[in-house]
Design a protein around this ligand. Structure first.
Ligand SMILES: Cc1ncc(COP(=O)(O)O)c(C=O)c1O
Length: 419
């Protein structure tokens, strides 16, 4: 069972303090320290594999589309492409109605943020202190959404004790009674853990039993080692109850190396999505029509996605070779991060992740993120990321190998306690 419970963030100001940007905190940590070698940035989860070749020609052919305001519901072609891709990917052909069950997003980040607002506005629960469950560690947009929606972000530990995923069985019924939404990421960032189809089904049952919406962040769904992670929509399709209270979020950022395109989608519960579309129509960013045309082309092509996975998997092989098991398990089932256990480096009032990030920057010019900055202290006072270091393997193989060699040299020289 994992620890779970409220963190002291009932006001937006308090929320801002607790959920400060990890990258700002990292800047503060290394401020004034010169990198020991020419920098290698392994901090930000920004894919840097090549942009697929078809993107330029498609954009050029659709250029006139920039002369029109796009509809919040997207183009028919976009929604059909998403429904078709979901059908093929998850074996649920014909189950996703493109007219009512798909919405374009300006990247999944804004969708995850705005979805918290919709969950708060459309809940039937009249509770004075609505809660949204957030995995811990967490992607910052979840917490930002909770704070903006006036909901308490309740952190649910996702550390080693629970297989790096939140344990829904650990949740207190009193908490579930005031829960309006739950964020759940699979593959998880930063841990790379994936939930099984049965795991998704337990979460869906929980959401329906306690009347909250399950916001499933699947933006790393196509970055996996050998087995495609199960999806929340395929899990729902295999149950009774259609897609009630289930919304999946995905984007082209990771799948197609297009983080700058800003194109993603939400799919699932038609009632939620239709209400949300009406709200989004007044406030949320639309997706330009030429960008949607690129997405149509990208979703029709798996060749570049297979190549993308090959490139990431080669980097995990390098990490196994260079780092070995000295920092715990190296290769997670999904994502493109290493989540290294550096707890033995805690000293001088700083946790292991901070000391590792500092040493790597100072001695080797390698920029990484202390795991504690991607999480927050739970009710037990423990930060489940504190013992960890996140390393993003987003550059090409040669630069990644150089970064990994520097990490090994600094954190695990011969005779080091981690040996
Ligand atoms: C867990 C997770 N969810 C969502 C996103 C948002 O990605 P995008 O807005 O590019 O789709 C990211 C980006 O890094 C992420 O790591």
């Amino acid at each position: 069972m994992s620890a779970s419970g409220p963190v002291p963030t009932t006001s937006p100001a308090a929320g801002r303090a607790v959920f400060a940007s990890p990258f700002q905190r990292l800047n503060d940590l290394v401020a004034g320290i010169q990198p020991g070698k020419p920098p290698i940035v392994m901090a930000v989860g920004e894919p840097r594999h090549p942009v697929p070749g078809f993107v330029g020609p498609v954009l050029a052919g659709e250029i006139d589309g920039f002369g029109r305001y796009p509809a919040i519901k997207g183009t028919d072609a976009f929604r059909a492409a998403v429904a078709g891709w979901l059908g093929r990917r998850y074996g649920i052909e014909g189950r996703i109605d493109p007219a009512t069950m798909v919405l374009p997003l300006n990247g999944s980040r804004e969708g995850l943020f705005f979805a918290a607002l919709e969950a708060r506005m459309s809940t039937a629960k009249s509770v004075p202190n609505p809660a949204i469950l957030v995995p811990n560690p967490f992607y910052q947009a979840y917490a930002a959404g909770c704070v903006a929606a006036g909901c308490e972000p309740v952190l649910v530990a996702a550390g080693a004790a629970t297989g790096f995923l939140p344990d829904p069985d650990a949740l207190d019924p009193a908490l579930l009674a005031r829960t309006v939404a739950m964020f759940f990421a699979s593959p998880a960032n930063p841990q790379g853990a994936v939930v099984s189809r049965e795991g998704w089904q337990s979460l869906i049952e929980l959401a329906r039993r306690h009347d909250f919406v399950l916001l499933a962040d699947e933006c790393y769904s196509e970055i996996y080692r050998d087995r495609p992670p199960a999806g929340v929509l395929e899990a729902a399709a295999a149950m009774d109850g259609g897609f009630d209270r289930v919304v999946a979020f995905n984007s082209l950022s990771k799948r197609s190396n297009l983080p700058g395109l800003r194109c993603g989608f939400a799919a699932g519960d038609p009632a939620f999505l239709q209400r949300w579309a009406a709200f989004r129509n007044m406030a949320a960013p639309q997706v330009p029509n030429p960008v949607q045309a690129v997405a149509v082309a990208a979703l029709a092509d798996e060749v570049h996605v297979i190549e993308n996975r090959r490139l990431y998997n080669a980097k995990y092989e390098a990490a196994e070779r260079i780092l070995g098991p000295r920092f715990g398990a190296v290769t997670p089932p999904g994502g493109f991060f290493l989540w290294l256990d550096v707890g033995h480096l805690a000293a001088d009032g700083r946790d292991g992740g901070e000391n590792a990030a500092l040493a790597l920057w100072r001695e080797a010019g390698v920029r990484t993120v202390p795991g504690g900055y991607l999480a927050a202290a739970g009710p037990d006072g423990r930060n489940p990321g504190a013992d960890f270091l996140r390393v993003a393997m987003v550059d090409d193989l040669a630069l990644t190998e150089e970064g990994l060699r520097r990490i090994a040299a600094v954190l695990a020289p011969p005779g080091h306690p981690s040996e």
